[in-house]
Design a protein around this ligand. Structure first.
Ligand SMILES: Nc1ncnc2c1ncn2[C@@H]1O[C@H](COP(=O)(O)OP(=O)(O)OP(=O)(O)O)[C@@H](O)[C@H]1O
Ligand SMILES: [Mg+2]
Length: 224
């Protein structure tokens, strides 16, 4: 069973000018996989992650999560599947601005599979990501790097099997980036999978498969 499978997925955005960032992309992600996706800005890397998560439907081709074809599921089922399976590290911060740091994590737990608040786990994540002293702050009162770390905590707090991480080390210094990479490696160690979009070839080298987005295609990046 694969966690996520794309079969000849294409995506066109039609906003007057037609943009086709994905052209018949096929990809399988299984437990234990750590994939890196690199490529120039504007080539469709974020689009790829949105489609893998079911947040965006493709213009052509099929997307499977846990072997369920998303085309055959009602929207509500797709949402449930995503909630139970995926942790998404968004490239642009979309935290709840009216909730504190710990409030954002509590909210993520409340909509997660278990739906139970787990204060010990929140404390653990705050500690690991250096946010304990900022637990009562609002996102607007954090530094950019602290916000990035909160986004990562929110994506990981429900122990998702599949983590889709869009530039997770952006805005972080080497030490924090290294800690975040350690958390992603932990996802693999507990039997999950990670797909990471990155512009940083040093961190991409941690993956066991490296891809490059090139003219709508996902090509193996063996030369890296
Ligand atoms: N909602 C949208 N409507 C129209 N076009 C879009 C939309 N989202 C993305 N695009 C276009 O699709 C292309 C791919 O965008 P995407 O965000 O996937 O690129 P990216 O590889 O993640 O870039 P970056 O490295 O800068 O984050 C871009 O040319 C962009 O203009
Ligand atoms: Mg992007």
């Amino acid at each position: 069973m694969s966690l996520c499978r794309l079969e000849k997925v294409s995506k066109n955005y039609e906003m007057g000018e037609v943009v086709c960032p994905l052209n018949k992309v096929s990809l399988t992600v299984e437990k234990g996989d750590f994939l890196a996706v690199e490529g120039p800005s504007g080539t469709g890397k974020s689009t790829l992650l949105y489609i893998m998560s079911g947040l965006l439907m493709p213009s052509g081709g099929e997307v499977f999560l846990n072997d369920h074809n998303l085309h055959s599921l009602a929207d509500r089922k797709v949402t449930e599947l995503r909630r139970d399976l995926i942790g998404f590290v968004f490239q642009e911060t979309n935290l709840f601005q009216a909730l504190t740091v710990e409030g954002n994590l509590r909210f993520a737990q409340s909509v997660g599979k278990g739906k139970k608040p787990d204060e010990a786990k929140i404390a653990l994540f705050l500690e690991e990501l250096g946010l304990s002293a900022r637990r009562s702050f609002l996102p607007s009162q954090l530094s950019v790097g602290q916000r990035r770390r909160l986004i990562i905590a929110r994506a990981l707090i429900n122990d998702p099997q599949l983590v889709l991480a869009d530039e997770p080390t952006n805005d972080l210094d080497e030490i924090w980036a290294g800690k975040v990479m350690g958390l992603l490696a932990g996802v693999i160690q507990r039997g999950g999978a990670v797909v990471m979009v990155t512009h940083n070839s040093h961190w991409a080298a941690c993956a066991n498969r490296r891809y490059l987005m090139q003219e709508g295609r996902l090509v193996m990046n063996d030369k890296a």
